[in-house]
Design a protein around this ligand. Structure first.
Ligand SMILES: Nc1ncnc2c1ncn2[C@@H]1O[C@H](COP(=O)(O)OP(=O)(O)OP(=O)(O)O)[C@@H](O)[C@H]1O
Length: 464
């Protein structure tokens, strides 16, 4: 098959997580060997599949896991893909260990004035154990996730093209700027970090390392009039210096970017101070200056798109609304929380037949035989939506089914609120310790109703 034919095929992404080998094993060698092994041993692959029996490979000892993580084609929601129809994209990476206290840019003790004039950033090497798994918690298969798949695909191709083809930024416009906007608590900041992590893995062919730089926008405002512009310039000087290492992908995250980019017309009419105007001007200049750096991507988040300067909005390459999670995403949020409560023993699997007659039927019982194939006897974790969807109506009492009904009811709540609810529900509505999974789910359903009433005080009938 010609190379041209291959490059037009959609990509199937496979991630190969390596053990820490102290640099003895090169990721590109692992990538090559795993690609060859997959082509020789598989006809098709399923999204989310974990590949086994790789230990026999020359680099098998250096591999911790191999998973099929995504597909960049038209039918992004289909689960099975024939290798003959795709371009295999294997990435080998090593996670940097968990960092408890992120590095905050240096400030010298005892220098009060100096401290205030230092913009604060946190840096973390990528890919990082701190962020690992975050992307997956957002990208439930199908549903709202499609735009994230598009977003990562667009970013990957733009960064890789500017890096490999050395495109002239004055001719091909790419400002390296992504804006995630939407209501509070929908996961914009977490998604920016998750995107940075994922992008570093996916671009492992082009960049040997990655770095996440999180800028605290509040620290860019000084109480000394006229200093804010300088602080912005200072932070971008630091970022520019980091980008001198061309083998490193620098992902910068600026939360609440509207604080730095308030519309300059407002300042001109006297409602905003001149210092803010200088900060906005400086930021725009710095963004323009970064355009020739193929290894920088800037992720910004905002709750208020209308409060951002139009010249900044005009420079944005990828602008993505992050809405409240849809029921499938809500199911995933609740599912991960409940599984964590089960894992730690805060919740326990069902103990008696009283709660759910189907659930504890013994497999030996002839009466149970017909339902046994479908029934979870002692669930130790709730399955993913994709796994339980086909069996949804066969098991009216299964925890997964109950959770799906609760998730549909919780539509409209923010991701932040949803993450709090399972734990809060146990504190408010259960009286035994530990509670069973069914008691926990009943409590969660009450907590959701309570929260919805707080959102819509006039809506009294929330039963389904
Ligand atoms: N769709 C979602 N899926 C999974 N978790 C989510 C989702 N939305 C929000 N969360 C969780 O909610 C919490 C808050 O997220 P985050 O701070 O990223 O939101 P935000 O949109 O940046 O909020 P704000 O605008 O108030 O700063 C995090 O723990 C995040 O994991």
């Amino acid at each position: 098959m010609s190379t041209n034919e291959t490059s037009f095929k959609p990509a199937l992404h496979v991630e190969c997580r390596m053990r820490d080998t102290d640099g003895f094993v090169r990721p590109d060698r692992v990538r090559e060997e795993v690609t060859e092994w997959i082509c020789e041993n598989f006809i098709s692959l399923r999204i989310d599949q974990r590949l086994e029996n790789y230990e026999e490979l020359n680099h098998g000892g250096a591999i911790q896991s191999i998973s099929v993580v995504g597909f960049s084609g038209v039918q992004e929601d289909s689960l099975f893909h024939r290798l003959a129809d795709v371009q295999l994209d294997v990435q080998a990476y090593m996670l940097h260990p968990y960092v408890v206290d992120d590095h905050v840019s240096e400030v010298r003790p005892g220098q009060q004035h100096d401290d205030e004039l230092k913009p604060k950033t946190r840096t973390m090497p990528l890919p990082s154990a701190n962020i690992h798994g975050l992307w997956e918690s957002f990208t439930t298969r199908m549903g709202i996730v499609i735009y994230w798949l598009n977003c990562i695909r667009e970013l990957t191709s733009k960064v890789s093209m500017t890096k490999s083809q050395r495109l002239d930024p004055n001719i091909v416009s790419w400002n390296h700027l992504v804006l995630l906007y939407g209501p509070p608590g929908t996961g914009k900041s977490s998604l920016s970090r998750a995107l940075a992590h994922k992008l570093t893995i996916r671009l492992g062919k082009y960049f040997l390392r990655g770095k996440l730089v999180e800028v605290d926008p509040q620290s860019l405002f000084s109480r000394y009039f006229g200093e804010s512009g300088q602080l912005v310039a200072q932070i971008f000087e630091q970022i520019n210096a980091m980008a001198d290492d061309e083998a490193c992908l620098i992902c910068v995250v600026i939360d609440e970017v509207e604080t730095l980019t308030s519309p300059r017309e407002r300042a001109a009419t006297g409602n905003e101070c001149g210092d803010a105007l200088r900060a906005t001007n400086q930021l725009l200049t710095c963004i323009d200056a970064l355009r020739h750096r193929p290894n920088i991507v800037l992720f910004c988040t905002s709750n208020m798109l209308q409060a951002i300067d139009s010249a900044f909005v005009d420079r944005i390459d990828i602008k993505q609304l992050v809405p409240n999670p849809c029921p499938r995403a809500i199911y995933e949020i609740f599912r991960t929380c409940i599984n964590e409560l089960l894992r730690t023993g805060v919740l326990v699997p069902s103990k008696s037949n009283n709660e759910d007659p189907n659930l504890n039927m013994r497999p030996e019982s002839p009466l149970s035989q017909s339902v046994h194939d479908f029934v979870l006897i002692e669930p130790i974790s709730i399955p993913r939506f994709a796994e339980m969807e086909i069996r949804l109506y066969d098991q009216p009492h299964a925890p997964a089914r109950k959770l799906w009904i609760i998730s549909q009811k919780a539509d409209g709540l923010s991701g932040r609120t949803l993450r709090k609810l399972p734990f809060l529900a146990l504190a408010l509505y259960t009286f035994t310790e530990p509670s069973t999974i069914h008691e926990g789910l009943y409590a969660l359903s009450l907590a959701v109703e309570h929260e919805l009433r707080a959102y819509n005080p006039h809506d009294t009938d929330l039963s389904d």
